[in-house]
Design a protein. Sequence first.
Length: 264
Amino acid sequence: MSGVVLPPRPAARWKGALAAVVVLAVTVVTLLPGIGVEVDLGALARNWQNGADKIVKLLRPDWSFFPRTVGPLLETLQMAVIATAVAGLVSVPLSLWAARTTNPGPVGRRVVRGVLNVVRAVPDLLYAAVLVAMVGVGALPGILALVLFDVGIVVKLVSEQLEAMDTGALEAGRAAGGSQLQVNRTVAWPEMTPGFLNQLLYVLELNVRASSVLGLVGAGGMGLLIDAVRSFYRYDQLSLIILEILVVVLVIDLVSSAVRRRLV
């Protein structure tokens, strides 16, 4: 019995309970009047009938409105595809510059990361509103807003992937006399390609949903039509638009899932 090694004592269970208590306490504080967001749960009880009435209308889509939605829906898809392609081209060098493993220079890396932090901090709807004021109503400001939104996401995720990769091959390439550009092209790029394409498929799904909202500020796509039918309280037509966007997103999700399985 003297040679038996006892397993380590499991971590104290009180830590998990303490974390749950802290989260609960913070949640309660954020709901207190005068301190938190002052959520009025009584409003749900007072106005539930209005909500139920809107839901009933949304459950009866106006199928005769479908021809009016084809053009804006195609424009939304075109905006999403173009923005994804442009963001992909821009994100490749930026991802390599933002990662410590592929850009040893701290100054350039910090500049790229700082700029991208600012880009991610601004909501895409605000980008669209500013760009509409600059270039006018249409698909162009929506595409530009989506590109900025996509670049901020893709570069962050892909650069983190690069920093998590094994640096042995990169160090071997440098030891063999290769420049940083040559090492990135021959070693880092093949390593990052599957994850990079995976992120592009992800932002394509996001772009379809986001481009439908950007039109609310005049940035083209389905959002312009959504704003029009919403202004006239045509919930039956709005229901049809929501259903179409749902179908498109589901189809894109199925296709991207099949592509991801081939990449992994």
